[in-house]
Design a protein around this ligand. Sequence first.
Ligand code: R5P
Length: 318
Amino acid sequence: MDTLKKDFFIFSGTAHPELSKKIAKYLGVELGKIKIEKFPDGEIFVQFLESIRGGDVFIIQPTCYPSNNNIMELLIMLDAAKRASAERVTVAIPYYGYARQDRKDKPRVPITSKLLADLLTSAGADRILAMDLHADQIVGFFDIPVDHLYAAPVFVQYLKKRMGKNAVVVAPDSGSVKMAQRYSSSLNAGLAVIAKRRTNAVSVESSHLVGDVEGKTCLIIDDLTSTSGTLISAEKLLKKQGAKKIIAAISHCLLTELGVNRLLESDIEELVTTDSVPPCPFDCSKIKTLSVAPIFGESIKKIHIGGSLSTLFDKDDN
Ligand code: R5P
């Protein structure tokens, strides 16, 4: 019962073809044939080069940099798939961008994570497959089924070897507390929480630490990093409080040049991440990338055959 049926199709957008190929390889299939081109004025053209009529279609596209282009391309792929009479279209979004603007915490600001959910649904998505969303409640922004995957099984296997007995998992802000709790339970480590305040787009202030980190190996957990502002601010506070060694596990590595330089200059020994987005274009010896292709491959297979996804995760992962 767990083999792919004839109506199974899997396609990649242009955001991260390497990951798509790995997922297809895991599934033992070829990626579907599709033409994606740009008109001279920058508009995007998409054409499926094989019939997908009545098909169970999967499209893989993280909405990472260049986000606006990758989102628009995905919307156009969805439109083309629906107009080609696909029976069901599932969008696998290894990194769901625009997610940080998920609440109206100031006057006259948007909620872009909800806007993106509406756009995907209007364009024709029947189902979403995402990983380590910025906040669990983003699932509720969709009126279609969302399967929320966790990179935890991949991270935990690696981190168990890297962390000794005297370890503590650190949430660098209030938004990452739940994630840190799950890792502290899976890794059998302590838990510490930092109070963070963003001062501007590239700087944050980590003011208070709750928990004991003295003489310990600290693992900072977060969904993403961009300028490393959150990481280095947490690292400074942890060092001040006597941490012995600091490593970080970040699901989506969106490091800018500033972020890489800050990471290299910091006392963070290693940044463990996943291949949910393409590799960082700037050289950084501290980054270790683990693949989430098997998690996506297995989940896609389960969705296709109508199996349960919760069996893929440990009770502490979800
Ligand atoms: C914020 O809530 C996120 O979870 C990350 O902590 C943040 O976006 C990281 O960005 P940066 O590396 O620029 O501090």
